[in-house]
Design a protein around this ligand. Sequence first.
Ligand SMILES: Cc1cc2nc3c(=O)[nH]c(=O)nc-3n(C[C@H](O)[C@H](O)[C@H](O)COP(=O)(O)OP(=O)(O)OC[C@H]3O[C@@H](n4cnc5c(N)ncnc54)[C@H](O)[C@@H]3O)c2cc1C
Length: 606
Amino acid sequence: MPVYKAPLRDMKFLLSDVFDYPTHYQGLASGENATPDIVDAILTECGRFCEEVLSPLYQSGDEEGCKLENGEVITPKGYKEAYQQYVMGGWQGLSAPEEFGGQGLPASMGLFKQEMMGTANWSFSMYPGLSLGAMNTIFLHGTDEQKQTYLVPLTEGRWGGTMCLTEPQCGTDLGQVKTRAEPQGDGSYKLTGTKIFISSGEHDLTENIVHIVLARLPDAPKGTKGISLFIVPKFMPAADGGVGERNGVSCGSLEKKMGIKASATCLMNFDGATGYLIGPENQGLECMFTFMNTARIGTAIQGVGPAELSYQWALDYAKERRSMRALSGKKEPDQVADSLIHHADVRRMLLTQKAIAEGGRAMLYYAARVADHMVEAHTAGDTEKAEKYDDKLGFLTPILKGFLTELGCEAANLGMQVFGGHGYIREHGMEQIARDTRIATLYEGTTGIQALDLLGRKVLLMTQGGAVREFTFKVANFARKHLTDKRLRPMAVELLKLTAQWNVLTVRVMLAARKDRDVVSAAAYDFLMYSGYVSMAYMWLRQSAVAVDKLDNGGDESESFYQTKLNTAEFYYERLLPRAQTHATSMLSPTRSLMQIEAENMAFTG
Ligand SMILES: Cc1cc2nc3c(=O)[nH]c(=O)nc-3n(C[C@H](O)[C@H](O)[C@H](O)COP(=O)(O)OP(=O)(O)OC[C@H]3O[C@@H](n4cnc5c(N)ncnc54)[C@H](O)[C@@H]3O)c2cc1C
């Protein structure tokens, strides 16, 4: 099976030339040590770790999966050793505060690391990824004592973390959470209940696991306003920083699932487990959702990663596998047939993957700058500034998470298709990428829920279309600046038209929703996808503008690199962006065709 190769050239192009991260980092307190040399060294070393350590475990981890033996979860062969190397490398604390043992680098550095790790081996990256969620929650809402107890071992990677939200009766609608927390009169609580689908709920990689759990206090109000947040450690922390006695939380079973088989997805039983409140009573959901935007960028990476990985492997295959002759005449006359890459339809698939991977990466790097400002303001206690950046990020994240993970699935499927029947056979790894990717549109809020969040909350309710106006204003200004260059003009003109259309669509959906309450739910998915295609078009124009400048004036990369960027942008505008119009038409259609069939008439079975 092929291995992953870190796309460092593309990453550096985006970092240095498209988004000018060196200047961005100079303006951040946490960016003091993020000089171009250091950033370069970190990315290179991370790429090496991903290529040499994580990628080789990708397929074996899938074959072997996790096992539950006597209540303990055993991760696949090699995972423990790889995790030790991860800990020794200090990777968990890359963007964590220095006061808790981290390296204090900007949040975006953590996302770049996460992209490479997640692409090389998504299952592995889930373990440290969930720990980051727990770290962020404790950092923001924990007491000083909680921070002292938990943050250092979590930052070192000695302890792992989980996020325990989902229960059998609810995943999206967390207002239905039933797990109970009884106060014990000594500041602690006893938690009782069952959580399902808990990633990294139990495993053998760390000496302790810190569960962040949603539960209800006695007499708490019904629904979302009666949920509180608790820390429940697997082993009680000992005074010397190690671990003490076992707590009443255990893994009841492991889910048998479609993909990410090396990631332990656990049913967790809380049997009077000792826990400690984090944040105010009954405000658990608010606390849980702070930093959710950053976490969702993390999940959006699972759209870009599979597109990248599947593309790399499909491209190699398309250059080697031979089938018939190209329609425009023999390309490799001395061979028995031309290789797949000479067929236009195979190129359609490959270039779709490439445009999604590179366009999606640009979307992530664009948002990561905003995340840096948001985290910095939070850390400095500047609430007003933090909220401003959180709002900006709040508009981008459902688009990133929803749109990119949907496209990630498409790209992974295309990768299988390039391999023909061999894509369906396990040996080549293509079907594994497709299976592993599928979860990304489901957890951390399904695509449907992201779409409702974008259109219903962020666009209509909170800003009455203002979020779209603000973003499109920026995009249109950028497009206008590039109308004069003949290589960029067609793209700039198209993007300008789309920014105007996006606003018109928003107003039309808003007006329709006033008359028919089902409109928001009916239009949300198409609105999300439309927003995604236009945002990605903006990213492709930004990359093209730099490419054109470098072609004219020279840059660090080869001429062919910049020319290929421009050509990929042209492909995106001509062959993928037209899909936005289908979504525009669909979102404005009346809800009647969706709602008119009675539930009992949906199926024609007996
Ligand atoms: C492998 C895996 C790992 C996971 N890891 C974790 C974890 O670590 N921690 C954790 O707490 N959870 C985890 N989950 C749970 C995951 O977050 C939930 O499955 C997800 O949030 C969806 O919830 P649900 O499955 O209950 O679906 P439901 O909420 O029942 O939704 C079913 C469908 O209905 C749609 N829907 C629901 N409500 C609405 C509405 N109001 N309007 C329109 N459409 C709606 C949804 O979009 C979806 O398509 C994991 C799940 C899996 C499979």
